[in-house]
Design a protein around this ligand. Structure first.
Ligand code: SAM
Ligand code: SF4
Length: 327
């Protein structure tokens, strides 16, 4: 299927991140400590979401990531996945999840065409997990990760590196890639925490890289895949891989290949923009697919070269929670 979704900087969009809800059973301190909810009628329903997926697939999008909020907190989510699988052109279906609600679904996910699961896990200490997420659910999260590994699903573990909470666990967490064939990605926190307060991380990507190269014996940086957000490292004798995502310092805009749809049905070219297309408005106004395609193409053509330019132009200075954007 030809890719017809390219921006004016020569980047082609092949990846859609679809946030199916902003609800979550956790309250991670760096994401949505207070919670911020969209009413049910303001969310796109599954038929609307499926129409969006079909339209984007027709435009050359081959990879979908379902996220939120916590996607498994939305009723009917697993059935919805099976419908996405049937959309021609969709080759990869990934889910980003906290893993606390999905243990019993994991077997079914594989049959539903899910090609990869990204789990959030910021600590290996149950007590600390409770402090960071507000919930005593470490064992549930960890069991889901193990189940996915056991079933042979491609697993990535997302660790947000928090200067005051888990930076003493970096080697321990990286060791998950020693024991299991998983990619453990250390993420710089960004200001999307819904609080309006943010201190740039001391443990930034450059420091993390220096730390791992020095402290993981036989650690070497791998050549970066063109459209990857992560710098990856192979460590001698590890089954898996260690990665760093410079979310705050942002070194990957030049190769960005993605757009996002927020839980409120707004299309975003960049995490930092205010939304570039009211997709829900279009869908609910009776627009036909052709009109929607033209609107998407126009919006994507105008995608900015770099997130820092977008950030400067923001109307709304108050950063929202990652859960309301679809991280
Ligand atoms: N609830 C699911 C989860 O936690 O994996 C999916 C949604 S969550 C918003 C998606 C990803 O965004 C998670 O890996 C989470 O760690 C990350 N995230 C949330 N807030 C963040 C922030 N302020 N800075 C960097 N990453 C953040
Ligand atoms: Fe929920 Fe994920 Fe945000 Fe944590 S990071 S509060 S699990 S949406």
């Amino acid at each position: 299927m030809p890719n017809t979704l390219c921006d004016s900087h020569g980047r082609c969009i092949t990846y859609l991140r679809l946030a199916v809800t902003d609800r979550c059973n956790l309250r991670c301190t760096y994401c949505m400590p207070k919670g911020c909810l969209t009413s049910k009628s303001e969310l796109l329903d599954y038929d609307e979401l499926l129409r969006v997926v079909r339209i984007f697939a027709g435009l050359g999008i081959g990879k979908i990531r379902l996220t939120g909020g916590e996607p498994f907190a939305r009723k009917g989510f697993v059935d919805f996945l099976a419908e996405i699988k049937e959309v021609p052109g969709i080759k990869e279906i990934g889910i980003t999840t906290n893993g606390t609600l999905c243990f019993n679904d994991i077997q079914r996910l594989k049959a539903s065409g899910v090609t990869g699961l990204n789990f959030s896990l910021d600590t290996l200490s149950p007590a600390r997990y409770k402090k960071i997420t507000g919930a005593d659910l470490f064992h549930e999260a960890f069991a889901s990760i193990m189940e996915a590994v056991f079933l042979g699903i491609r697993v990535k573990v997302n660790v947000v590196v928090l200067d005051n909470d888990n930076c003493d666990e970096l080697l321990h967490l990286a060791g998950l890639a020693d024991d299991y064939p998983v990619e453990v990605r250390f993420i710089e926190p960004m200001h999307f925490n819904g609080s309006g307060e943010f201190t740039p991380p001391q443990w930034n990507a450059a420091r993390l890289k220096a730390f791992f190269l020095e402290n993981l014996p036989g650690c070497v940086e791998l050549l970066k895949k063109h459209d990857s957000t992560a710098q990856l490292f192979k460590v001698k004798n590890y089954l898996g891989i260690v990665g760093i995502i410079a979310g705050h310092s942002r070194s990957f805009c030049a190769s960005c290949n993605k757009v996002r749809l927020t839980p409120q049905g707004v299309l975003k070219n960049c995490l930092y923009d205010n939304g570039v297309l009211d997709m829900k408005g279009l869908l609910r106004s009776g627009a036909d697919d052709g009109e929607i395609i033209v609107a998407i193409q126009n919006a994507v053509t105008a995608k900015s070269a770099d997130g820092s330019i977008v950030e400067k132009d923001r109307r709304d200075r108050m950063p929202r929670s990652m859960a309301t954007i679809g991280g």
